[in-house]
Ligand binder design. Sequence first.
Ligand code: ADP
Ligand code: MG
Length: 689
Amino acid sequence: MYLHELSTSIRKLDGVGPKRLKAFSERGVLTIADLLLYLPRRYEDRSSPRALADAGGELVNTVAQIIKHEYFGQGRNRTLKLIISDGTQRAALVCFGRAFLADSYPPGSVIRVSAVFQYRYRELQAANFEIEPAPGETVGPPRGEQSRESALFFRIVPVYPLSSGLSQHHVRTAIALALDHWGHNIQDELPETLREAAGVPSAAEALGAMHRPERFEDAERGRRRFALQELLALQFAQRRLVAALHETERPPRTQPRGMLEALLARLPFALSAEQHSVLDEILTDLGSPRPMARLLHGEVGSGKTVISLLSMAPRLELGEQTAVLVPTELLARQQYETLRELLEPQGVRVELAVGKLTAQERRALHERIAEGNAHCVVGTHALLTPQVQFRALSYVVIDEQHRFGVAQRAALREKGAAPDVLLMTATPIPRTLALTLYNGLEISQLRHRPPGRRTVTTHLARRTRRAEVYAHVASSLREGGQAFVVCPRIEADENGESASAEETAEELAGGYLSEFSIGLIHGRLSEEQKRSTMQAFTAGRIQVLVSTTVLEVGVDVENAVAIVIEHADRFGLSALHQLRGRVGRGLRPGVAFLVYGEEPTEDAKQRLRVLHQEQDGFAIAEHDLKIRGPGELGGVRQAGMLRLRFTELERDLDLLERAATAVTSVSEHPVLERSLLEFLPFTKEEPCV
Ligand code: ADP
Ligand code: MG
């Protein structure tokens, strides 16, 4: 059986009921195949035995006996302590909210323990611990092969990403069941020659290695097996897209320039030479017999929106329709305003298609689009519904294109008769990499910021110096500027040290920035809430906007002069660079404060240093490939551009090149072809982020 054929619901697994099913599905895990491909976030090394006596802040891995139960606290706070000893030392496992453990672990029972212990109240304690019964085992850290058969102890253990309702235990148990039941019978769809050339194991072996590695190298090899498949799938999807775009030919035609000239004359600035030449490239494509398949690749603020708008003019002048697809409602509205301001004086009717419309409004809008009275339509995925039918759609712009699935991009394209397609992305990646990744697309680059745009001064600040940072911010606010404060999203199991936008907003309002009005935006708010807060910020009614990384894409507020990025050491280079691009977009220079923790890792330090020194996004991208981003195994979070789960571009460039070559012969392997179509999360229809 091939992995992609394992479409059995995880419901079939013991212990997976409706509640767990829902929790898993929030993580995109519906089938056994999804589950088997659920990549650990990191691995914990429990392979070295360590006695309680040697605890010293290190991870203890030992076999211990339960001496007795103790309790402390009163009423609902009554808390169980398991007093244990492994023959070298006594210690306490503090069972907050887990009084039920008393029954399963009576005094006298022998257990395997993995935990970091600390001295508290003169006692060696751990509140975060894992234990399992080990009846009959010798007490003390095991020697040799003893206890190796345990899935969780005395070995390298995967740590999975979680969501509410999903514990490590749930995920590990489910994966163990699935592996035991299906793991051995999995055939590999990748041609053996390709696997061998790339030096990666078979699918079955890779799954074992990923979830039950003997050594760290195994886990890495397992990951790379699926990275190869992922990159192949990516290349394949790309090729299909380009082939589809180029499918039809049409008679070449001249592009009228009347509206374009009028727009250029009305712009409050002159285009830079680079912008002019990119615009020319696009216009040439629009006049050619082959429909355009071009990627406009340029930094935040390099003028992509402006160029795409201008390039629509010839089509609009011909009475044809254009569509602009953007990933969020916030951005859709922003673009809509820009487009309207420039295009409406030219007699172009600009429309906004977003989710939140009444049935009546929606019907009326669909009618205007179908009759051709709506000329330029900007919208979110609401644009993609089958009810949206254009009369004559001839040009499609997809902003932040990586946010959309292949199916979504295709859905929009299919609303016209072989329309020209301009894909845009703000994530700067090195050109060589772009050529391979975007195999088959024509690429235009905007490398420079338009003249007259201010640069952003970047300061690095230790957390202990936040008072000074916010004093700076406060003084620019007093001068009439506005500021962003960005906080990383918190992972479900991160203990203690909080970095949530909510808490930060509260803290600032009660402290450093108490004299200013503060708004809050994060992913859990409704579109409506986000929009009204954003509007208040744009209008200047709110001076400080505290947010998670929802800010990352395209938000444009000219008056924003300062940005504070809390826990900057936890962000990847590109994300930081993009965030920094939120300020200094108007006439005033911008300033960015990257606030980092007490002990940033070497890599984090390097990232911060690069940001401090470099302004050029493409140069930053080159560094990005060399320095690992935050997070360990899993995903191109550092580049933040493709929702690749397994690939770590900086380590997998060789695989990318192999995939780019191998993709040409995919159609000779029908099974492989099928599996690739199933493989990428973003080749399937899915709501965009
Ligand atoms: P992007 O979409 O690449 O982020 P935009 O098209 O939104 O960039 O442009 C960013 C800002 O720069 C906008 O306010 C835009 O009006 C301005 N801008 C673009 N090109 C120029 C230019 N040649 N000179 C001055 N300002 C420009
Ligand atoms: Mg833009």
